[in-house]
Design a protein around this ligand. Structure first.
Ligand code: ADP
Length: 497
């Protein structure tokens, strides 16, 4: 299958291989069943690559390999400096292969190459580098017990970690999961999303090149209920880390009750982005756009409920709408593309379905509101950046996660009303606040029930700042030192003196 767009020879070679295999115990192998699936370029709808499709038997092999690597392999027993060196080398390799990985990500996911290059790939490298820094800094403590005894704590790895990731930031999500787990000495079975398996598989090769021992990271591509379900159920897996929909998160929560595996869940959101009339309006408009159209709106913390103080509402909605209507859509590899295609046909149907729901609920389309099928883009899964007004917070488009370039502008009366409406959701992943009043910013930041609050900015990330949800947006915190709690457990040791 030839590519319609020019890419690095290494990318061409990677996607045109007859089969991209899975990584188990250091070997690249076919699925036990021999099954395969196709991954498509969402900008064209054409097949990009063929990938081995894992199921329960492959997950079992992977879990056994990871178990052996944990119970008797070198990784958890290695001198911290040696483990650190390998993770640092991996970070360097990701950077050295930056363009290749960025092109691969854009082809598989649809996002613009500019975003892949500026965000996904460097942030993935930085995540491994940051957690490499923690390898020799995770310490226990000594406790002032009865002097007849000596009590100390050890922070030990959890064991085998099953890690299930989504398709919106494929390589970066793999890094968020693998980096802290590996730094703490765990071993892993990683399942990339079926829509976007390619960069995780390329990462597998780089892990090997960096010197990660066999069996420490096993990568099993496949579908949710089969491959993912097998990871969740497997008795040799000690912990499940999941990023994805709230619906599947709840299923994982229920299923893991049988084995009491540790679980961390980073789920959906319907984040309020609150603009007060005293805000710097130019900056707030930019923030509203970044908040909802970055990565085609396929972002769990997207500011999809744009609350604007009544007296600013009409002017603000018009400004956002005008800017949204001029955003350039196209293949992610084309220069200047700002909004790429959605990841899949299924996602296209889901998002356009919500556009129809919004119209039926009586919301007004200020711009967009439909699929984008300009000449050359007919085969792709493009949706026009959409701004709805006339939205009430209890409408479905304001309560359910759409996961596309769609924003609902909702008026509010005053600070209390903004907080009340902002919190009126099952979700609690993130929020934005725009105001020049410092005291108000502090009050609202505290009153909003969400894991992240951005004041006079939106979608700002750094590997050192924790990220995770309140309410039904999940539990557990990724990034920063908090992720170390997810991947370690504490042992208390008593010694009689
Ligand atoms: P989306 O609806 O956005 O694709 P999902 O929550 O379905 O989000 O998918 C996120 C990840 O979870 C993907 O890797 C997917 O394959 C996986 N997944 C989906 N369903 C299940 C399931 N029942 N058990 C385990 N993993 C699943």
């Amino acid at each position: 299958m030839g590519l319609a767009v020019r890419v690095e020879p290494s990318v061409e070679k990677f996607v045109t291989a007859p089969l991209r295999k899975m990584l188990i115990d250091g070997k690249w192998i076919e699925a036990a069943s021999g099954k395969t699936f196709e991954t498509v370029d969402p900008a064209t709808g054409k097949v990009l690559a063929r990938v081995a499709e894992g199921d329960a038997e492959d997950v079992d092999r992977a879990a056994r390999a990871a178990r052996r690597a944990f119970d008797s392999g070198p990784w958890p027993r290695m001198a911290p400096a040696a483990r650190q060196k390998i993770l640092l080398k991996l970070a360097d390799l990701i950077e050295a292969h930056g363009l290749e990985l960025a092109q691969l990500e854009t082809l598989d996911n649809g996002k613009s190459l500019g975003e892949s290059q500026a965000v996904d790939i460097p942030a993935a490298a930085e995540t491994f580098r940051y957690y490499a820094g923690w390898v020799n800094k995770v310490t226990g403590e000594t406790n002032p017990t009865d002097p007849a005894f000596f009590n100390f704590t050890l922070r030990e790895p959890v064991g085998v970690c099953g890690q299930i990731i989504p398709w919106n930031f494929p390589l970066l999500m793999a890094a968020w999961k693998l980096a802290p787990a590996l730094a703490c000495g765990n071993t892993c079975v990683l399942k990339p999303a079926e829509q976007t398996p390619l960069t995780a598989l390329r990462l597998g090769e780089l892990l090997q090149e960096a010197g990660v021992p066999d069996g420490v990271v096993n990568i099993v591509p496949g579908f949710g209920p089969t491959t993912g379900g097998a990871i969740v159920k497997h008795p040799l897996i000690d912990k499940v880390a999941f990023t994805g929909s709230t619906e599947v998160g709840k299923e994982i929560h229920r299923e893991t009750a049988h084995t009491l595996k540790r679980v961390s869940l980073e789920l959906g959101g319907k984040s309020p982005n609150i603009v007060f009339a005293d805000a710097d309006v130019t900056e707030a408009v930019k923030g509203a756009l970044v908040g909802v159209f970055f990565n085609q709106g396929e972002v769990c913390c997207a500011g999809t409920r744009l609350f604007v103080e009544e007296k600013l509402h009409d002017e603000f909605a018009d400004a956002v709408s005008k800017a949204a209507s001029t955003m350039k859509q196209g293949h992610g590899l084309e220069a200047g593309t700002q909004v790429g295609p959605l990841v899949s046909q299924e996602q296209l149907e889901r998002v356009t379905g919500y556009l129809e729901i919004g119209k039926k609920e009586g919301a007004k389309v200020l711009t967009g509101g439909e699929r984008h099928t300009a000449p050359g883009l007919e085969g792709g899964y493009f949706v026009k950046p959409t701004v709805f007004t006339g939205v009430r917070n209890d409408m479905r488009i304001a309560q359910e996660e759409i996961f596309g370039p769609v924003v609902s502008v909702i008026p509010f009366k005053n600070e209390d009303d903004a907080v009340l409406q902002g919190n009126d959701t099952f979700y609690g992943l993130a929020a934005g606040v725009w105001t020049r009043d410092v005291s108000k910013a502090h009050r609202v930041a505290r009153a909003i029930r969400a894991g992240t609050v951005w004041v006079n900015c939106y979608n700002v990330f750094d590997v050192m700042a924790p990220f995770g949800g309140y309410k039904q947006s999940g539990y557990g915190r990724e990034l920063g030192r908090y992720a170390l709690d997810l991947y370690t457990q504490v042992k208390s040791v008593w010694m009689r003196i």
